[in-house]
Design a binder for this molecule. Structure first.
Ligand code: CA
Length: 233
């Protein structure tokens, strides 16, 4: 487990790749390498990254198609594309398909590092604590209610069921207050379908597994015996 900022570096020119990787690691980033477009997509689908550095000219699948595919999968990860010198058509197309920024080769390393920092900062500012919004962060967890997914304390991206999202939202919106079983049943399961007490318990046990450092000594998700449940921070 790591609290480092993770970057996926997609560049097929080996010398440039190695030089970038080294410099990014010196800046304290955790770098995962991909050398073609397919590897890049595979990595994005199985791991969470804070940022992608994506060359346009790549074997297998070019960087613009990679960007387009990632956005079609509803993934908002910041993407910085690296285009060939004077390839302004690539840059425009890349931005159009959803890249956040670009640099043309050859670029200045200092400038690359500044742009990376800015993209990551901007992305984190957008994930502010706002229970009424789509994204909610607590501890080192982040829940995206709209996308029905969460990034857990270990950096793992998990899919949430619709009911999990509803229950999480209900508990978080009532932070520091006990939400009664009746209210949960009514809000999440509707009037007519009554799950057993165990069902809600199992949901809360899952939340602890996803989000608590110590599942036996929960910090966020509490059961209040005989009454209901409470989310605290
Ligand atoms: Ca290339």
């Amino acid at each position: 487990m790591s609290s480092k900022i993770s970057i996926l570096l997609v560049e097929d020119e080996e010398n440039l790749h190695e030089a970038l990787k080294l410099n990014l690691e010196l800046e304290g980033y955790e770098v995962t390498s991909a050398f073609d477009g397919r590897q890049a997509l595979k990595a994005v689908q199985s791991e969470y990254f804070h940022l992608l550095i994506l060359d346009v000219m790549l074997p297998e699948m070019d960087g613009i198609s990679v960007t387009e595919t990632i956005r079609l999968q509803n993934n908002d990860v910041p993407i910085l594309i690296l285009s060939a010198r004077n390839a302004s058509a690539d840059r425009v197309l890349g931005l159009k398909k959803g890249a956040d920024d670009y640099l043309s080769k050859p670029f200045n390393l200092e400038e690359l590092l500044i742009r990376i920092r800015k993209l990551i900062d901007k992305d984190q500012r957008m994930q502010v604590k706002d229970p009424s919004g789509d994204v909610y962060s607590f501890g080192s967890n982040t829940i995206d209610f709209r996308a029905q997914e969460a990034v857990t304390k270990t950096g793992e991206r998990i899919a949430l069921s619709k009911k999990e999202v509803m229950l999480l939202k209900l508990l978080i919106e009532n932070k520091n207050e006990v939400v009664t079983r009746e209210k949960i049943l009514q809000a999440v399961w509707g009037y007519n379908v009554y799950p057993t007490t165990r069902t809600i318990d199992n949901f809360v046990l899952s939340f602890r597994k996803y989000f608590e450092e110590d599942t036996r000594n929960p910090k966020y998700f509490h059961s209040v015996r005989g009454v209901g449940y409470k989310y605290t921070e």
